[in-house]
Design a protein around this ligand. Sequence first.
Ligand code: FMN
Length: 391
Amino acid sequence: MTRFGLEAQLKIYAQGLLPDGTKRMWPIALEAWREQARERLAVGPWGYLEGGAGGGSTMAANREAFSKWALRPRMMRNVEDRDLSIDLLGTTYPAPFLLAPIGVQSILHREAELAPARAAAERCIPFLVSTVSSVPMETIAQAMGDAPRWFQLYPGRDPNIVSSFIQRAERSGYSALVVTVDTTMLGWREMDLDNAYLPFLFGEGVANFFTDPVFRSRLSESPEANPQAAIQEFLSVYVNPAFTLEDLADIRRQTKLPLWVKGITHPEDALAVQALGADGVIVSNHGGRQVDGAVASLDALPEIRSAVGDAYPLLFDSGVRRAADILKALALGADAVLVGRPYAYALAVGGQAGVTEWLHLLLAELDLELALAGYRSIRDVDRSAVTRVSR
Ligand SMILES: Cc1cc2nc3c(=O)[nH]c(=O)nc-3n(C[C@H](O)[C@H](O)[C@H](O)COP(=O)(O)O)c2cc1C
């Protein structure tokens, strides 16, 4: 039970009593974090973080979809003590959100994935480590101690590398496997094309491959001796346009870890994945980075929830920016959400300290938003919490 939001809020107001109390070290509004991130990053990394596929219409739709739903606050319900915790596949987590897998974090801050990993670990919020992390998965695991971490797998062209990654994740204490199925190739990203910027070509985001014995066995010279050849080899194996449901079934057979499938927006795909024995689905369009003109992730969510049934675990991402978005996604059928770009802005602004502060603010906002919407427990937020509006 918590009164966390109120305490955090009063502490910030109390700073206003100090002589220079209005000069905060960190931004409050997400827009301000984003603006500072944009100022700090060179155009290439900024475009990589911010860009969407094609004309950006999916990315825009992700945000617009949230404005088509409004919360229906309820009053007079004694919301003095709140509980933000949730259960996912038998494990209790302190809040209804996780940090989404975001690759190549070295282009955002020199601390790279170690920053959000440590910030998330302090609060026991799960951190999802990307296949294309800048720091090897074992090093991130070590930095997190016993805190929850999941490994996100791009099922690439070489099944032996895929198996090796799964085994490494199991050995280094990752408690779930997330297979991302929407990235069998990179989307047509106009900002990156405009900047002629692909971080992998600079040797960023290849750490899991360069440290992998199976990947290394494919090379005639080591990545240290000939990095360019290793990068070319990476580009030829890290994703697989020929990926099918059969390949997913093969991954399912290889591990006892809970298996989540990320990147689903069609109810029939969700049903296929459920039938195959995946433990849950992550409704996501990759933040609009893959298919232009696609359905907003939030618009797909209710349909998928009704297809898979009430009990099947569903996570959601793409467009979550604030506490209100989290409540709306939960109301429309998600068990929890993944937050993506917002923590990447905080990372770019201030490394681990920045992500720690941003997390603190999001938790405080969520605690107050939940209470003021009339709920004591996040678990009580259901379809009746929202209404469809035309905006
Ligand atoms: C810069 C960037 C890199 C990403 N890298 C990965 C990745 O390596 N693996 C993955 O499954 N998703 C990746 N994603 C997608 C996120 O996990 C998540 O689906 C997305 O950020 C949600 O959209 P939002 O941030 O606009 O809310 C990436 C997203 C961004 C913005």
